[in-house]
Ligand binder design. Structure first.
Ligand SMILES: [Zn+2]
Length: 163
């Protein structure tokens, strides 16, 4: 299929709903991973920013983007991974943080409290809001997340770390 007539906003629409494999409820657009779609000499150039240097989810996200665009008949695409500006958890909006919490992931605090990160016990439980939580592992299913357990409701949960 020819890509004639397909514009960048259409391409953006097609891939904007792709989700982070680790957080299936939240899209790469909501996380701020998908930065830009440009048309360059008939080729779509997609720019993504990894949430974490060496984040293992990124290659899976790239594959999903390629797969999605192939389904729409687009094969000539380039995916650029840009680390500048570096991704920050500040790109996550309050609405998305709420969505994260609703899915059992304690959202990251604003980077202004990065210094307080040493105090790992301050993370509150996404299920019962108790701040009586324990850090089980600094690295959860990905390096971006830490694993906690709640002393109040006894549910384990992940915390998306601030960076
Ligand atoms: Zn709890």
């Amino acid at each position: 299929m020819l890509s004639t007539g397909i514009n960048t906003s259409q391409v953006f629409d097609w891939i904007s709903g792709i989700t982070d494999p680790e957080i299936p409820a939240i899209s790469i657009t909501e996380l701020g991973i998908l930065r830009d779609v440009k048309l360059n000499n008939g080729e779509f150039v997609i720019t993504i920013t990894p949430t974490y240097t060496g984040c293992p989810a990124m290659s899976r996200i790239e594959n999903q983007i390629r797969q999605k665009l192939t389904e729409h008949g687009l094969q000539k695409i380039t995916i650029n991974t840009s680390s500048s500006p570096a991704w920050t958890t500040d790109w996550i909006t309050e609405d998305v943080k709420k969505k994260m919490k609703a899915n059992g992931i304690a959202p990251p605090p604003h980077s202004s409290c990065v210094r307080a990160l040493k105090d790992f016990t301050r993370v509150s439980c996404p299920y019962c809001n108790s701040s009586d939580t324990n850090l089980i592992s600094r690295f959860g299913s990905t390096p971006c997340k830490a694993l906690y357990s709640c002393n109040n409701c006894h549910e384990p949960f992940q915390h998306f770390k601030c960076h």
